[in-house]
Unconditional design. Structure first.
Length: 225
């Protein structure tokens, strides 16, 4: 694992990649991003005060080529003129660029910890501890209590919440809206009744609750108003 990644997540330079990933999995097993549950970010711009995941070598190479192109054409990406101040800055960036300063690849388990808006690591992964939990502690288990199952069945009327068709008793399954693997709880609010086949299609994707391009989504909402 590249030293820039270890530093970003607060691990020592001598710790192996295997131990780091094992520790990180243990650290995040009971957590999920607050924006998934609350439907908004309680941290806001403070996220920018937290570490930014480093770019990969490929991303840096592409950016370096972009800077060179700007200098050659005298224009930046939006077509406007490249002023002397930026031109000097771009040249310094190219001069100081060192490929070895950046990782070749970043494991997805770390990428998923970053904010989709700001790119920085979500504060919850650094700050959440048992002492920060409310009196009702997070119950993170695949096992679903019987009374929770009954409440979900009654609420959903034994209708699949994916295909909206009746579900025979032998085909009933309970789907975690925020996936269990992403810290989703086994509570009435985070469960829904589905067919077995419908549940198998979802895996641990967050596509149903998160827009892939948040800024674009914001403009769509504003235009509707």
């Amino acid at each position: 694992m590249h030293s820039s990644l270890k530093k970003c997540f607060g691990y020592g330079a001598d710790l192996s990649e295997k131990k780091i990933i094992k520790d990180w999995k243990k650290h995040i097993s009971n957590l999920c991003k607050p924006c998934w549950e609350l439907k908004y970010c309680p941290y806001g711009p403070i996220v920018e005060d937290f570490p930014l995941i480093p770019l990969t070598r490929r991303q840096c190479e592409d950016h370096n080529e972009y800077l060179k192109q700007c200098i050659e054409t005298g224009k930046i990406g939006d077509g406007s003129k490249l002023d002397l101040k930026r031109k000097k800055w771009f040249k310094e960036e190219i001069k100081n660029y060192n490929l070895d300063d950046y990782p070749i690849k970043i494991p997805n388990i770390f990428l998923e910890a970053s904010c989709k808006i700001f790119g920085h690591i979500c504060p919850v992964f650094f700050m959440a501890e048992p002492l920060t939990e409310t009196k009702e502690r997070r119950v993170h288990s695949r096992s679903i209590l019987r009374d929770v199952m009954l409440k979900v069945v009654r609420r959903d009327g034994q209708i699949c919440q994916k295909c909206h068709q009746p579900v025979p008793d032998k085909e009933v399954e309970f789907d975690h809206i925020i996936p269990y693997s992403r810290g989703g709880k086994s509570t009435v609010e985070n469960l829904r009744l589905v067919h077995i086949k419908c549940n198998r299609k979802k895996s641990n994707s967050l596509d149903e609750i998160l827009h892939p391009r948040p800024i674009e989504h914001l403009w769509e909402l504003r235009n509707k108003k």
